[in-house]
Design a binder for this molecule. Structure first.
Ligand SMILES: *[C@@H]1O[C@H](CO)[C@@H](O)[C@H](O)[C@H]1NC(C)=O
Ligand SMILES: *[C@@H]1O[C@H](CO)[C@@H](O)[C@H](O)[C@H]1NC(C)=O
Ligand SMILES: *[C@@H]1O[C@H](CO)[C@@H](O)[C@H](O)[C@H]1NC(C)=O
Ligand SMILES: *[C@@H]1O[C@H](CO)[C@@H](O)[C@H](O)[C@H]1NC(C)=O
Ligand SMILES: *[C@@H]1O[C@H](CO)[C@@H](O)[C@H](O)[C@H]1NC(C)=O
Ligand SMILES: *[C@@H]1O[C@H](CO)[C@@H](O)[C@H](O)[C@H]1NC(C)=O
Ligand SMILES: *[C@@H]1O[C@H](CO)[C@@H](O)[C@H](O)[C@H]1NC(C)=O
Ligand SMILES: *[C@@H]1O[C@H](CO)[C@@H](O)[C@H](O)[C@H]1NC(C)=O
Ligand SMILES: *[C@@H]1O[C@H](CO)[C@@H](O)[C@H](O)[C@H]1NC(C)=O
Length: 272
């Protein structure tokens, strides 16, 4: 029995990781020229979580504990402060990400798939645990959270009870959000403030769950309202289950490096 279940403890749970326009990055290349280079995936990889091959060298648990069995990896909120998260150790510079998952139930509980770069470009899928008919798609360019027109909700059938395939296809021209093989949303480069707020720098992939419906962990009233209301932990545990994650890097070098402080895709160097 124990051999079926791999329980993974966090190496570092000092930071509570929040999705959506995080305002923290350890070295922002828009401001500095001495940031470390980003290791490139440079191929494709499938994290098959139903067949027991996690952890791998390519992924870290960055918060909490992720348990695993033949149904997949389970990201569980049992109590206040729980926010299990995994993150790729690699970056992709344009590419494809497909996640087969089931979101967590629970008002105010957010399940998420996040692509994020060092200068805070971001591409999101966010599932509100109290909403069984839609998923929110969103993006940020250079951490700019000053406009409110970036989120779009897309229909999906009962994402808390059904596994679906959420695929992001990302290149220099456009971003696409697909569900189960249907194209739901396209964002063109020029439609993000004429490209200046288009995600276009090397991204990591992050999967996790967190509670937005709780003022005591620092969420504003606006966040709680967005999340659908206050979370009742007594209704838990709240579990997001991920079967697999496929990631393909369109680049084929070893590392990505910001060539200047513009944050433009043309400035990103691929180091062979
Ligand atoms: C650059 O750093 C300055 C001062 O530390 C800060 O005010 C500014 O917001 C930073 N800009 C970016 C893009 O991070
Ligand atoms: C994934 O990479 C392998 C080599 O590692 C290659 O044979 C395969 O064609 C690639 N698949 C896709 C879908 O890119
Ligand atoms: C994951 O592994 C299982 C068992 O080996 C297999 O049935 C399934 O097709 C794999 N899924 C993916 C996405 O590779
Ligand atoms: C991820 O794990 C590797 C080795 O296991 C470690 O070197 C690295 O610091 C970890 N990164 C984070 C963000 O925890
Ligand atoms: C779910 O989200 C959609 C899109 O934002 C919205 O129209 C619908 O009213 C929401 N349902 C619930 C139960 O909040
Ligand atoms: C927006 O970003 C700024 C700094 O980049 C941050 O101070 C602020 O808290 C963010 N606002 C929200 C609503 O996330
Ligand atoms: C998920 O959907 C994408 C395209 O929408 C497709 O290419 C991929 O094969 C699907 N993945 C799985 C595991 O079915
Ligand atoms: C949009 O950007 C292009 C170059 O990328 C520039 O030629 C054009 O003038 C810009 N348009 C606006 C409305 O700023
Ligand atoms: C937030 O909501 C609580 C409960 O509804 C209320 O007591 C408080 O005044 C609100 N705070 C702000 C800043 O609006």
């Amino acid at each position: 029995m124990q051999s079926l279940i791999a329980t993974l403890t966090a190496l570092c749970a000092l930071l509570i990781t929040l999705t959506s326009a995080q305002t923290f990055t350890s070295c922002n290349p828009l401001n500095r020229t001495d940031c470390p280079v980003d290791p490139a995936l440079s191929t494709n990889t499938t994290l098959n979580l139903t067949s027991g091959n996690f952890p791998t060298a390519l992924w870290n648990t960055t918060a909490g504990v992720v348990s695993q069995d033949y149904n997949g990896a389970h990201f569980v909120v049992n109590q206040r402060g729980d926010s299990p998260t995994i993150k790729s150790q690699f970056y992709i510079m344009f590419g494809t990400v497909s996640v087969i998952m089931k979101a967590a139930k629970g008002v105010g509980v957010i399940s998420s798939i996040v692509l994020e770069s060092d200068d805070l470009d971001e591409v999101d899928w966010e599932f509100l645990g109290g909403n069984s008919t839609s998923v929110q798609t969103n993006y940020f360019g250079k951490g700019d959270n000053t406009t409110y027109d970036r989120m779009k909700a897309e229909d999906v059938s009962d994402p808390q009870n059904n596994f679906h395939n959420y695929t992001t296809v990302w290149n220099a021209q456009q971003l696409e959000w697909w569900i189960d093989g249907s194209l739901k949303r396209t964002l063109k480069y020029e439609d993000a403030k004429n490209g200046t707020r288009y995600p276009q720098t090397p991204m990591t992939v992050k999967l996790g769950i967190w509670v937005a419906g709780d003022a005591s962990t620092g969420n504003s009233n606006g966040t709680i309202e967005w999340a659908g209301g206050v979370t009742d932990y007594k209704q838990g545990p709240f579990t997001m289950t991920v079967q697999s994650v496929y990631v393909k890097d369109d680049g084929n070098g070893k590392e990505y490096q910001y060539g200047d402080t513009s944050g433009n895709w043309q400035s990103i160097k691929t180091i062979a």
